[in-house]
Design a protein around this ligand. Structure first.
Ligand code: AMP
Ligand code: ZN
Length: 475
């Protein structure tokens, strides 16, 4: 099946063809662990994971590398300001390594809660200092880097083309009105590869340029090279990385190799909260923990994210999350039907695969087609709604159990929504109660049937009486 992806580099949806057949090398910019990750950050990782799952579903092996930035990310992308890690360490009165370990653990927990698959490799910037230093040395030796009193800078005029990602427009680092230009830099848009550490800076390493630390951009160039090689297939990150971070990664890496760094660049758009950018100063940062503590399922949040195409700006409201939770609950009600078809049914194999069965079968193919089209998750979710809604009009004994099971498995495999796991079968005791209730109803013993209904409710199981029999759902 063909896969199409929108490449920020070419501004086109392109047919995807990995460099090595059947294997995809993919790099995702990971979190800067100076604070709790917010739900906007989580969108970036849900996006990368869904992309990876889709590629795997198509039979490709994905070698996915993600970094943890635990040094060198300054408060301004234009190489000014403080190292975010050091700033957090100071304000919390803790060691920066302790800060990094603390927030990394929270990040990993969030990823697990969202059923995001672990990348093949997760690597910390501080575990790759030697590789970064080597790369900077090489860049300097090749004449692309130069030293100032503050650090080592990349001379952008040495490249034939800079920047290549953002429509050839310089931004951020340019001699803008707000940014004071460092007189030691050869060009205003030159960026830091390596930063000389002020005395109070805690994270620093011996280097040919004295005690110093890596610039944020060299980190991703060095880590992707170490774990994926000089050129690879896909690089992901949020749209905020396009003008500076990714532009500079390309400059550094391609200055060394003369080869194209990543073939395809994919960027997820941002999430706003009530129409505003999420920021600490506005006090509107929302974390996954906030969502869970309000009683929502992390999977409902994931569904809310997937209901927008990754390139569309998202807006988070609690109402949107409520709607996503209702949609998820509704899907779970369909998922439990798979436990209830076999009692009443002739063998699956003997069943007529007309009508609804065909819809379930066709649904699987249609689902992957939607996702292969530049990860059309809103289209995929609408399709799932449509396929499931056909079951509303299907008597239990006409639902093709195997097709339903496969459809649910496919949803879980590509979207990681834990539909099957969150909808286990009920125990034999509860099943017996349902049968007893059915008998009571047949005998028109309403009192007994109501009593059993309450007993089932106590156990978290609701029963709905339909023309094709009693159907239970988890409550
Ligand atoms: P950071 O921890 O700041 O390095 O960001 C981690 C990832 O989250 C990066 O890929 C960012 O581009 C992305 N990101 C940051 N803010 C948002 C947001 N509000 N919505 C979506 N993605 C975001
Ligand atoms: Zn990066």
């Amino acid at each position: 099946m063909e896969i199409y992806l929108y490449n920020t580099l070419t501004h086109e949806k392109e047919k995807f063809k990995p460099i090595n057949p059947n294997e995809v090398k993919m790099y995702s910019c990971g979190p800067t662990v100076y604070s709790y990750a917010h739900i906007g950050n989580m969108r970036a990782y849900i996006f990368a994971d869904t992309l990876k799952r889709m590629l795997e579903y198509n039979g490709l092996k994905v070698n996915h590398v993600m970094n943890i930035t635990d040094v060198g990310h300054l408060t301004s992308d234009a190489d000014t300001g403080e190292d975010k890690m050091e700033k957090a360490a100071r304000s919390e009165g803790r060691d920066p390594y302790e800060i990094a370990a603390y927030y990394t653990k929270y990040f990993m927990d969030d990823i697990k809660s969202l059923n995001i698959e672990m990348p093949t490799t997760i690597t910390k910037a501080t575990d790759n200092i030697t590789q970064m230093e080597e790369m900077v040395k090489e860049i300097v030796d090749n004449g692309y880097g130069y030293e100032t009193s503050k650090g080592i800078y990349f001379d952008i005029t040495k490249l034939e083309k800079y920047p290549v990602l953002s429509n050839n427009k310089l931004s951020g680092q340019e001699a803008g009105a707000r940014i004071e230009v460092d007189p030691e830099k050869r060009n205003p848009a030159d960026f830091a590869l390596w930063i000389k550490a002020p005395k109070e800076h805690l994270m620093k390493w011996e280097s040919p340029w004295g005690l110093s630390y890596p610039g944020w951009h060299i980190e991703c160039s060095a880590m992707s090279k170490r774990f994926l090689g000089e050129n690879f297939d896909i690089h992901t990150g949020g749209v905020d990385h396009i003008p500076v971070h990714h532009t500079n990664e390309i400059a550094q890496s391609e200055s060394l190799t003369g080869k194209q760094f990543s073939q395809i660049w994919l960027h997820n758009n941002h999430i706003k909260v009530d129409g505003r950018k999420m920021s600490k100063s506005l006090g509107n940062i929302i974390t996954l923990e906030d969502i869970i503590s309000r009683g929502f399922s992390p999977m409902a949040f994931k569904l809310a994210i997937l209901s927008k195409h990754y390139q569309t700006e998202g807006n988070f409201t609690w109402e949107i999350l409520e709607a996503a939770q209702a949609r998820l609950n509704h899907w779970r009600d369909y998922a439990v039907l798979r436990h209830q078809t076999h009692d009443t049914l002739e063998d699956d194999d003997d069943k007529d695969e007309q009508d609804d069965s065909v819809s379930l079968l066709a649904g699987r193919q249609a689902l992957v087609e939607k996702l292969n089209d530049d990860l059309d998750t809103p289209g995929a979710l609408a399709l799932i709604d449509e396929v499931f809604s056909k079951l509303d009009h299907t008597p239990l004994d006409k639902i093709h159990r195997q097709s339903l099971v496969q459809f649910i498995d496919e949803i879980d495999e590509i979207l990681g929504l834990d539909l099957a796991e969150s909808t286990p079968d009920i125990t034999d005791d509860l099943k017996r109660l349902i049968i007893q209730r059915r008998q009571a109803r047949a005998e028109k013993n309403w009192e007994e049937s109501d009593r059993i209904r309450d007993e089932l409710l106590q156990a978290g199981v609701a029963v709905r009486d339909t023309p094709s029999g009693s159907i239970w759902t988890w409550k």
